[in-house]
Design a protein around this ligand. Sequence first.
Ligand SMILES: CC(C)(COP(=O)(O)OP(=O)(O)OC[C@H]1O[C@@H](n2cnc3c(N)ncnc32)[C@H](O)[C@@H]1OP(=O)(O)O)[C@@H](O)C(=O)NCCC(=O)NCCS
Length: 295
Amino acid sequence: MDVQVRLACAEDREAVLNFCQHTWENESDHIHLVWDEWLAEPQGRLFVAVVNDVPVGIARVFMVSDSEGWWEGLRVARAYRGQGIARILDSQIEQFLRESNIRISRCQVNSRDKVMLGMMTRRNRKIVAHYIPHKTTPISTVKSPSGSTFTQVNDRDFTCAWELVKSPDFYGENNCFYVSPGAKWQELKIELFKNLIERGLVWGIKQSDRLVALAIQSSLETDKEVFCLGYIRGTKESLPILLLELRHLAFQKKYSSIGGFFPTCELLLNYLEKGEFWKSYTGVFSLFQWDNFSG
Ligand SMILES: CC(C)(COP(=O)(O)OP(=O)(O)OC[C@H]1O[C@@H](n2cnc3c(N)ncnc32)[C@H](O)[C@@H]1OP(=O)(O)O)[C@@H](O)C(=O)NCCC(=O)NCCS
């Protein structure tokens, strides 16, 4: 079978969306919701595998920064599965990233997805963190304990906010990723953090004028009604307060729900449960990371 890989174009839409109707047995796919955006965004490359000029597979990579690529949307038409099409797309994307001098690759895989987990393991790609999506409803009122103030973090708070991000003291985990819009993980570097503060996307809790917890807003490509959290960190005492305040903020901003992917840290998961966030998807998502130039 002769398989060609090229960049996707508008004319591929119908064929791709047709086979994506059958991606999973009991679940619908979301490619139709993101197709136009995925084709248009200059930081992304949508690849299509074609056999006899007919699209039979897709995969996308999005450059979240000048050194990090995020892999997503790998799909192969049912009739063509098990014949090496994903393998070809995979190696073409790696080659593209190397040529573009993008060193770090990441993707997330559901713990139930044995085919992808096997594929990642055989390529020696490592799991660097686990995440569980959670969701809840906004609340109309909130009463935080006296001495705690909910605030939009601004330029003046930058130094202490960055200390909070970097400090190893908060729930004892290496939480160095921001889940950026469209559920794409990227390292929370200082320049990115500054930019997120400037854009008014960072919210926090202050106690005695000291920042003790913060969360960063993100968004989903598929559901603009969700107030999405891409990062959260704080002291034991302040995290539950922050979660409640964020639910209230989501209400004020007229979102229908609030949620995000949260790292599987016991303390945080405990607070999420107490804060009435529920697991919005079964299984745990493994975050894989690898170096495109090694191996
Ligand atoms: C996962 C998927 C993309 C694989 O595509 P494919 O073209 O059938 O895969 P390939 O034939 O290229 O095989 C890729 C690897 O997976 C292995 N594999 C493929 N199907 C498998 C199966 N049913 N069971 C176990 N391993 C399997 C192959 O042996 C191969 O391993 P290797 O390259 O390490 O030697 C395809 O099944 C699919 O579209 N599934 C639904 C969407 C999905 O799950 N996407 C990924 C998560 S977002």
